[in-house]
Design a protein around this ligand. Structure first.
Ligand code: ADP
Length: 606
């Protein structure tokens, strides 16, 4: 089964590319070419474009969509190898229109080109408001529905994101056979799209001493940063086991950059940065482990529909829908682990539960992948699980104005960048909490801000951000702006030059003394005074669900009577009550790793 897992590298490249936004003009908030009036139907009519990486570079497609139909698919640009790619470029667009779906067969010998076209069309259909996962099930050999299957393993895991894969590897290391069910066509979930920052500190280490950091400070900042709503025992478990998790990843072969940094909303320099872009390093590592070991399999395009419960209330398995619509029954000899992530892409759920923002309708974009729809919440509720702090939803002030993605972000760390509004004025402590920054951003004109950095961050402009994008590349795509002087940059982004200059002068004065400024900022390193200067626009974006299924420190799921649900564990964003009202930047990857491993270990030991 595991050999059927699609090439991880291809998937990573496609994911990264699909997450990139189309060019955004200053002030633009809408995808271009959408009609003013929408007709009722499955799709928003319009002409959409998107790109995905093929064999030799970007494959750009244009998709025309009416209310209920994919009208045309055209490959606009590509650098694929002539002859080899010809058939894919001719046949895949035609097949998509023909079957009105994305489940068409790839062309043998041109798999990468085929997949790039399919991925780019999927990105267009997402812009058109389509249910892309449903479209992926339409087409191909629809008649050839596979037979229903019954499988068994010691541990069945739902979700192949960061928590699910950490649980899978740990359980397998502890001797259990493992099956992971993943509804998407690739592993990674949201974790692969994250900035990759991993908070962990070891008492007495060189870094801890240099930064005056400790496990206790990490604990206190996590508890205080979440307004004391986080469960103290769960937080203690998180901070005390994070560094072991880092060692475990390194032992599996994952590489991290030297040193630590302060991630946005992380409040302290304790984030470790993977050597590979965004969250890809985790999945390269996990996939390698899966490929090299027996009894650990991943079923892609397989959606868990229901938990199986025996007469004593114990969870004993999962029923799922397979790639061809067939039913797959997975029996767990030992336990089931829920690792389905959050619900940031489920607008209905975020509107129902949100207690912080009051505005989380479809007008607010999200950083998340399309599978973040809260399935695990429903699955757990059906077996009586308690839900905690569901209203605690985290937004970031760092969304791409068109897609909400974190791609296109030009900040490299907290200390050397400021935020200014459309009037060129600072408005918040840029080293503060994520909720405080985002709330302040909502109060600015159009909820719009510019991140401003200078050549201290980008000596050449070719340095890469977390998404493997250089600022030069973003400028070429119209997603970032450059000025040799402050006045030139101000003109490029349309803010008053004198205001931008004053904002920088005030900031630089405090960067020199390291004294707290009028917004309460205390995190500084270099001044921002060395041209060229750079800017990129950002808006609020829904990022993380801090509420979810209640667990104890063994990652066992707790029911509404306060009792353990036998046979059921949960880890990662599907769980609630760890981060409280506001999650510290860099704590999510630590959370999913620590509790994923605990769930995997305990499930295997059952
Ligand atoms: P976490 O950070 O908690 O690991 P992620 O978002 O990274 O969360 O991963 C969750 C994974 O679970 C995603 O890959 C998502 O597609 C998958 N998933 C969600 N619902 C289901 C489901 N019903 N069946 C199978 N996989 C699911």
């Amino acid at each position: 089964m595991k050999k059927s897992v699609v090439s991880l590298f291809l998937v990573l490249v496609l994911l990264l590319t699909a997450a990139c936004a189309p060019a955004a003009a200053p002030g633009a908030t809408e995808a271009p070419q959408e009609p003013a009036q929408e007709e009722a139907g499955a799709y928003k009519p319009g002409v959409y474009t998107a790109s995905a990486k093929g064999n030799n570079g970007d494959v750009k497609v244009e998709v025309e969509v009416s209310a209920n139909e994919i009208v045309s698919v055209k490959v606009l640009e590509h650098q694929e190898t002539p002859t080899i790619s010809d058939k894919a470029i001719a046949d895949i667009p035609a097949a998509i229109v023909d079957v009105q779906g994305l489940g068409v067969e790839t062309v043998s010998g041109a798999t990468f080109t085929s997949k790039a076209i399919l991925e780019a069309v999927a990105a267009c259909m997402e812009q058109a408001g389509a249910d892309v996962e449903a479209l992926k099930r339409i087409g191909g050999d629809a008649a050839a529905q596979a037979e229903d299957q019954t499988l068994s393993a010691d541990v069945i895991i739902i979700g192949a994101g960061g928590a699910g894969m950490a649980a899978a590897v740990q359980a397998n290391q502890d001797g259990a056979s493992v099956i992971v069910l993943e509804k998407q066509s690739s592993i990674g979930g949201n974790t692969i799209l994250s900035g990759g920052a991993f908070n962990a500190v070891r008492d007495g280490s060189e870094e801890a001493i240099a930064n005056k950091d400790s496990v206790q400070l990490h604990y206190e900042q996590t508890i205080n940063g979440g307004d004391n709503q986080g469960d103290p025992e769960l937080v203690r478990t998180l901070v005390e086991n994070a560094y072991d998790g880092l060692d475990w990843l390194k032992a599996l072969g994952m590489e991290f950059k030297e040193g630590v940094f302060t991630v946005t909303g992380g409040l302290w320099p304790r984030a470790h940065k993977p050597a590979d872009p965004v969250g890809t390093g985790f999945f390269i590592t996990y996939q390698r482990y899966v490929d090299e070991h027996e009894n650990i399999d991943i079923l892609l395009n397989t959606k868990a529909e229901q938990l199986i419960v025996d007469g004593n209330g114990k969870v004993t398995g999962v029923t799922a829908t397979g790639e061809t619509g067939n039913t797959i029954t997975c029996n767990a000899n030992k336990a089931v682990i829920l690792a389905t992530g959050g619900f940031s892409k489920n607008v209905e759920m975020r509107m129902e539960y949100d207690t912080i923002w009051g505005v989380l309708d479809e007008s607010v974009p999200s950083t998340n992948h399309s599978g973040a729809t809260g399935d695990g919440i429903y699955l757990a509720q059906e077996v009586g699980a308690e839900l905690v702090q569901m209203g605690n939803i985290q937004l970031l002030p760092l969304g791409d104005p068109v897609t909400g993605s974190l791609s296109g972000n030009i900040e490299l760390d907290v200390e050397r960048r400021i935020f200014v509004n459309k009037n060129g004025e600072r408005f918040v402590d840029e080293g503060g909490r994520r909720d405080a920054m985002t709330k302040a951003l909502f109060e600015q004109e159009d909820g719009w801000m510019w991140i401003i950095v200078d050549s201290h961050c980008y000596p050449t402009g070719d340095e890469k951000n977390n998404f493997n994008e250089s600022v030069n590349q973003l400028i070429a795509e119209g997603r970032a702006y450059k000025g040799e002087t402050v006045a030139e940059l101000a003109a490029a982004i349309g803010v008053p030059a004198e205001n931008l200059q004053k904002s920088l002068d005030d900031f630089n004065a405090h960067a020199a003394t390291k004294e707290k400024d009028e917004f309460g900022r205390t995190l500084y390193s270099d001044p921002i005074d060395k041209g060229p200067f750079y800017a990129a626009a950002r808006v609020p974006t829904v990022h993380h669900c801090m509420g979810g299924v209640k667990i104890n420190t063994n990652a066992q799921v707790i029911n509404t009577n306060g009792e353990i649900i036998e046979g059921l564990y949960a880890a990662g964003e599907v769980t609630g009550g760890i981060h409280g009202a506001n999650r510290l930047g860099g704590n999510a990857l630590a959370d999913i790793l620590v509790f994923g491993r605990i769930a995997g270990r305990n499930a295997a030991a059952k």
